[in-house]
Design a protein around this ligand. Structure first.
Ligand SMILES: NC(=O)C1=CN([C@@H]2O[C@H](COP(=O)(O)OP(=O)(O)OC[C@H]3O[C@@H](n4cnc5c(N)ncnc54)[C@H](O)[C@@H]3O)[C@@H](O)[C@H]2O)[C@@H](O)CC1
Ligand SMILES: Nc1ncnc2c1ncn2[C@@H]1O[C@H](COP(=O)(O)OP(=O)(O)O)[C@@H](O)[C@H]1O
Ligand SMILES: [K+]
Length: 528
């Protein structure tokens, strides 16, 4: 399925379950009983009609025990009324249904849809379904659907059939089994529907876009069910999108020079890890920093043959007082590195703290105090932990970080008073004041050594060009992901992307973004 995304003014807003419940409660007070469920059924049935005709084959509808099941029944009866062959598996004790779900059930029973048993589904090894609609559970799922439970067996069977026979699955609101807040399958040994498309109701949900959420939800579409705009509070999160970055990097003035675009100093590249610092520094160079130094820890090469523009020095020689210092790539852990980090935290107006520098802060109260002091003197700090580094900083396990990435990012932002990039699928950018942002670009081709160093360098270049830390972090992650998406689409496919080739691709994305959004007059030669 590849329908056009419905859009409204909340297209990029993200909410948690409790916020959705509050919006829902406020909206229900204004509306006739059952209106939201009718709207959900209408939205889902219309979406199906844009992609399938009755002749494409039968549609299997799974209806669960709560209002998500009601949405599914409403969808089923509407599709049956439009001539589709609809099989409904009612996986619920209908006596426990809400009034709205009960009404949808009665209408479905009165329609031409056929009610089939779970046994019929589990025994049917080669169904000719054109589509499965998952209305088992939505945001009300409170416990794990374990693999050996009836629901668990049904979900696994449907996932297997869908994969074997290429049957698309449309999840209503949330793929059943997935936590809409965290993007994790609920519970140990839990299972969840692996949807191709999720039509989510009222507003978009955090868990559909981070951790495992993207794998389970597939393409996410939103229908607000007609809930009036005034019922939506300011969102606690947003999804990144190209328009967010328009105008953040001003067009270059003709009367400018390298000093106009800032100075980046990458501190790292200890023995055996020099490449990490070179990657970060090259990324800063390709993203427009005016001058880029690499401050090495053990020994500095005379120059880098591939990037002779980089100025290779010993870290201890560099003056941080006017620079954006990117510290961490290949830094190692020693007394010298701790003292360099302390100096960077005290002197540099902008810092990007990555890799080993994060681990140093995690294990040192004095360094943590220096970092906190930066926020009081209005110096910008971006921290770029992957989940293990985040776990060390928070003193919890990696599994705990991943269990609720949103909360972990918020905790990091408030404990360290810095802009946080919690990396991984659906990277989260957090500060303690503004809405969190989940990045929408990028793909698993990025899961290779060195891509994090590149990201740190991009952050450094944008900070050095005077971008505010939160904007720089959001835009750097977005460009990094866009570059990977473009490479996967046009150059290298999903396997074997290297951190080095990412760098010129990021430059392309940055320039494309600038061309699209900046005023044209600056660079036009007089002859044109
Ligand atoms: N309340 C409303 O006004 C609206 C609700 N809507 C739909 O309703 C959904 C939420 O409805 P509900 O709150 O009824 O919740 P769900 O439909 O998600 O499911 C809750 C039901 O599942 C049971 N349950 C929870 N975990 C279980 C498990 N592991 N195994 C077996 N049973 C389990 C609960 O006891 C409860 O009966 C939304 O996701 C959305 O699809 C939409 O129709 C929009 C309007
Ligand atoms: N599955 C994925 N989807 C999207 N981005 C990913 C995925 N895996 C890794 N990345 C990104 O790749 C980068 C890896 O950084 P990191 O783990 O620090 O690697 P390294 O230390 O080797 O440079 C991060 O920006 C991360 O968000
Ligand atoms: K569902």
């Amino acid at each position: 399925m590849n329908p056009a995304a419905p859009s409204n003014s909340f297209t990029h807003a993200l909410y948690r379950k409790a916020e959705i419940r509050a919006i829902e409660a406020a909206a229900i007070a204004d509306l006739p009983a059952g209106e939201l469920m009718r709207a959900a059924g209408k939205a889902a049935s219309e979406l199906v009609q844009t992609k399938f005709t009755p002749r494409d084959g039968a549609i299997l509808i799974l209806a669960g025990p709560g209002d998500n099941g009601g949405d599914a029944l409403e969808t089923g009866q509407l599709l049956a009324a439009r001539g589709y062959t609809v099989d409904i598996a009612l996986c619920a004790d209908s006596l426990l249904y809400s009034a709205a779900a009960n009404l949808s059930l009665q209408q479905a029973r009165a329609s031409r849809a056929t009610f089939i048993s779970l046994e019929q589904i589990l025994e049917n090894q080669a169904p000719a379904y054109a589509l499965v609609i998952d209305g088992l559970f939505g945001i009300g799922l409170s416990r794990a659907i374990t693999a050996d439970s009836v629901f668990g067996q049904l979900i696994q069977h449907i996932n297997q059939l869908a994969e074997k026979f290429a049957i698309p699955i449309l999840a209503l609101d949330v793929p059943s089994g997935l936590d809409a807040d965290t993007g994790q399958v609920i519970g140990p040994q839990g299972v969840a529907i692996e949807a191709n498309t999720t039509l989510s109701f009222i507003a978009d949900k955090v868990g559909l876009h981070t951790a495992a959420g993207r794998d389970y939800a597939g393409r996410v579409l939103i229908d607000s069910l007609g809930v009036a705009d005034n019922h939506f509070p300011p969102p606690s999160g947003i999804l990144s999108h190209a328009a967010m970055f328009a105008g953040l990097l001003p067009a270059r003035r003709l009367d400018s020079h390298k000093g106009s675009y800032g100075e980046v100093m990458v501190i790292g590249g200890a023995h055996g890890m020099m490449g990490a610092a070179i990657l970060a520094a090259s990324a800063a160079l390709y993203c427009g920093a005016g001058r880029v130094y690499v401050g090495f820890i053990d020994a500095a090469p005379a120059y880098d043959a591939q990037h002779p523009e980089l100025m290779c020095r010993m870290a201890a020689e560099l003056d941080f007082s006017k620079a954006c210092v990117v510290i961490g790539p290949g830094l190692g852990n020693s007394e010298l590195t701790a003292s360099l980090l302390a100096r960077a935290l005290q002197q540099a107006p902008y810092v990007v703290i990555d890799a080993d520098a994060l681990n140093l802060i995690a294990s040192s109260a004095p360094l943590r105090a220096l970092l906190l002091a930066r926020s009081q003197s209005l110096k910008s700090s971006i921290m770029t932990p992957h989940p293990l580094e985040a776990a060390r900083l928070l003193g919890i396990s990696t599994a705990q970080v991943q269990a609720d990435r949103w909360q972990a990012a918020l905790d990091l932002a408030s404990q360290f008073q810095a802009t946080i990039i919690l990396k991984g699928a659906g990277s989260i950018i957090a500060t303690s004041q503004q809405p969190l942002c989940i990045n929408t670009s990028g793909n698993p081709a990025l899961a290779s050594g060195g891509t994090g160093d590149v990201l740190a360098g991009v952050c450094g270049a944008l900070l050095a060009q005077q971008m505010a830390a939160n904007d720089a972090a959001r835009m750097a992650v977005w460009l990094h992901g866009c570059a990977a998406d473009q490479l996967v689409e046009h150059a290298c496919d999903a396997i074997g992307l290297t951190a080095s080739e990412l760098i010129p691709a990021i430059r392309n994305c940055l320039n494309q973004q600038q061309k699209k959004h900046s005023k044209p007059q600056r660079f036009q030669p007089l002859s044109k």
